[in-house]
Design a protein around this ligand. Structure first.
Ligand SMILES: Nc1nc2c(c(=O)[nH]1)N[C@H]1C(S)=C(S)[C@@H](COP(=O)(O)OP(=O)(O)OC[C@H]3O[C@@H](n4cnc5c(N)ncnc54)[C@H](O)[C@@H]3O)O[C@H]1N2
Ligand code: MOO
Length: 399
């Protein structure tokens, strides 16, 4: 058995690069940018008015002029115009190009208009209400760096630089595989000795949040059948996520089957709870990465969150989140296992605290919905104390 830290490092060391693909802008949300995005022109591309009002030449005001004849009106979308007489003004709308021979915009609320003349009520400051050309970004500047997750704000920037197609990181092709004769489908009524499959649905839902639509497969505990199906799945996928069949039972065929099919074991069994019998390996020729999680629903979910998500982030070039929380209560874990304890993190007085959610061990799925992640406690013979700072692995948004 290896330590958690060692296992975690080995998993991250096997992060992959699946290359890039172009997607249309409207399909880019949630994907990871694979190219630097450069401003194709200055931002903004011209000196623009930020208010509806009048554009003046400030020198006229400095010389004591408060009443200006209105030369005309400028709408956004009209080409640049010119103020012919420095002692007149032009009405200007928000977003319109500042006319030549003007340098200051006064909003309507600060003037009074009567008989084609505008009278200043509130004295302006030179250059007010103008968003200058290149004030946000100069043409050629990198406005978005690659390895960034595309959200609504990035989509807006991509649209404004004319990117109707965007280069993003390719996502791995994933199949989820559940194992076990005791499992029946969700729509079925289980017999007293059966249970409904939940792991595949949990993982499908988790992967959907990452923009991946996985395939899924169920294997009965039959050695030959397992090998046959795994052989095909290994060839057709980049990643396999399995649940069950990896501990010491008489029907736990998965580790042997994977190795017989050429998947190189990186490790099996980790000094952690839950999720101890985790098996991880890579098929060197095919490049398929195999996460074979213990079947207990809470163990599958914990190991998906702890290992797969960080592997996935690293694979896509995204940062791996690191959060520390303050323990709300004492807890004694002892022993030699790294513990991942379900907890509810929340902010109080600007600080992030974690309340432990007491559950019934790895088989207890219901306590997962009461938590928003796991506190990670390294093996320690003395108790952790309320007030201690410990790492937190978020399984959902914590705010
Ligand atoms: N002698 C030992 N026995 C066990 C050990 C051990 O070290 N020595 N480890 C225990 C730990 S810890 C875990 S975790 C489990 C993991 O067992 P497996 O990975 O072999 O999983 P299964 O036996 O197939 O299933 C365990 C449990 O989870 C239920 N299950 C499985 N798949 C699903 C699914 N898709 N949806 C819902 N529930 C599922 C299954 O019915 C079992 O109840 O081993 C311990 N034993
Ligand atoms: O390692 Mo198991 O996941 O504790 O029940």
């Amino acid at each position: 058995m290896i330590s958690f830290e060692n296992a975690y490092k080995k998993v991250l060391d096997h992060s992959q690069n699946y290359g890039n693909e172009a997607v249309s802008l409207n399909n880019a949300t949630g994907r990871v940018l694979a190219e630097n995005i450069v401003a194709d022109r200055d931002f903004p591309p011209y000196d623009r008015s930020t208010k509806d009002g009048i554009a003046i030449n400030f020198k006229a005001f400095e010389k004591g002029q408060v009443e200006y004849s209105i030369q005309g009106t400028l709408a956004a979308g009209a080409p640049q115009s010119k103020l012919n007489d420095s002692y007149d003004c032009l009405e200007i709308m928000t977003g319109a190009v500042l006319p030549e021979n003007t340098d200051t915009v006064i909003m309507y609320e600060h003037i009074a208009i009567k008989d084609g003349k505008a009278t200043v009520i509130k004295p302006p400051i030179l250059g007010q209400n103008i968003h200058y050309q290149g004030g946000d970004e100069k043409k050629g500047a990198v406005v978005l760096h690659k390895n960034r997750k595309i959200t609504a704000a990035e989509v807006g920037v991509l649209a404004s630089v004319g990117k109707s197609e965007v280069l993003v990181k390719k996502l791995p092709k994933i199949t989820l595989i559940s194992t076990g004769n005791e499992l029946v489908d969700v729509h079925e009524t289980p017999l007293p000795h059966q249970i409904r499959k939940s792991n595949m649905h949990t993982l499908t839902s988790a992967l959907k949040e990452e923009g991946i639509l996985p395939s899924s497969l169920h294997l009965l505990d039959e050695k030959h059948k397992i090998e046959q199906s795994l052989e095909i799945a290994l060839k057709e996928n980049d990643v396999l996520l399995l649940s069950g069949g990896v501990s010491k039972g008489k029907y736990d065929f998965i580790p042997d089957a994977l190795q017989a099919l050429g998947v190189q074991k990186v490790f099996h069994r980790v000094l952690q709870r839950p999720g101890k019998p985790f098996w991880f390996g890579v098929h060197k020729e095919l490049g398929t990465v195999v996460f074979s999680f213990p079947g207990n629903p809470a163990s599958t979910f914990a190991n998906y969150t702890i290992y797969f998500k960080d592997w996935f982030n690293k694979t896509l070039g995204l940062p791996i989140p690191k959060i520390d929380v303050i323990l709300k209560e004492d807890i004694n874990i002892g022993g030699d296992l790294t513990r991942f304890i379900r907890a509810e993190a929340g902010i109080k007085n600007g600080k992030l605290y974690a309340k432990i959610i007491h559950g019934n061990g790895s088989g207890d799925l219901t306590s997962l919905v009461k938590s928003n992640g796991f506190i990670k406690l390294a093996p320690k013979t003395t108790p952790y104390k309320a007030g201690d700072l410990v790492p937190f692995i978020a399984a959902r948004s914590i705010l």
